[in-house]
Design a protein. Structure first.
Length: 219
């Protein structure tokens, strides 16, 4: 069973801090045997300006990078948007789509999420589609990140029994189903085979905690 781990840095770090964090992650897990042999896959999603530099830092490791969002369009007069093709050209290989904060702060609808998922695939990116309770999942191969809105930023994640029940309904051929929402060290052990991995937020800001989760996934 391949374990999938993702980290979104959201907008917590500045540029230099992001690169220092990436270098620390490389020092701790860049040569981890489980990453090298593919038992664990790890991707990191920094803010847009740091994608290319992060990709260069991760260049000789199995760690992938990507973006926290993308445009539905590949080019044109779309001020402030970033296309999937540019993310891919900068070294990105993953992109988050439809996070609860994008849906809340930017009014992203199910139609927009579906269009961004399609745009990601057309650009050679793996979509990481974030869904809460009752939200739709586009068809096709992708990573599904189940993140109940009430658990994002909370002191603790949802109960393992709840996570297992919801994620069981999200499983499908070609999908990796991961849990986010206050996910941290120790949770993957509690969940066992109920999920394929975790989508980490602030608990991964400490590279040592991220290394613990990689070790946990490897075991």
């Amino acid at each position: 069973m391949t374990r999938v781990l993702g980290v979104s840095l959201k907008m917590y770090f500045g540029y230099a801090q992001t690169l220092r964090w990436c270098e620390s992650v490389v020092d701790r897990v860049g040569d981890h045997p489980a990453l090298r042999d593919g038992r664990v896959q790890l991707f990191v999603l920094p803010s847009f300006p740091a994608i290319a530099a992060a990709a260069e830092i991760f260049r000789f490791t199995p760690i992938a990078t990507g973006a926290q969002d993308l445009s539905t369009q590949d080019s044109g007069a779309h001020t402030g948007d970033v296309s999937g093709s540019m993310i891919h050209e900068a070294g990105g290989r993953y992109v988050a789509v439809g996070h609860a904060e994008r849906r809340r702060d930017h009014g992203e609808t199910e139609a927009i999420v579906a269009a961004k998922t399609t745009a990601a695939r057309h650009s050679g990116l793996t979509p990481v589609v974030c869904v809460g309770d009752g939200e739709a999942v586009p068809d096709g191969p992708l990573v599904v990140a189940y993140e109940p809105v009430w658990a994002i930023g909370a002191d603790k994640p949802a109960e393992p029994e709840h996570i297992a029940a919801v994620c069981a309904g999200l499983m499908a051929p070609g999908r990796a189903v991961v849990y986010g929402g206050s996910a941290g060290p120790g949770l993957l052990t509690k969940l066992g085979p109920a999920v394929d991995g975790l989508f980490l937020g602030r608990f991964a800001h400490d590279p040592a905690a991220l290394a613990d989760v990689v070790d946990e996934a490897a075991s």
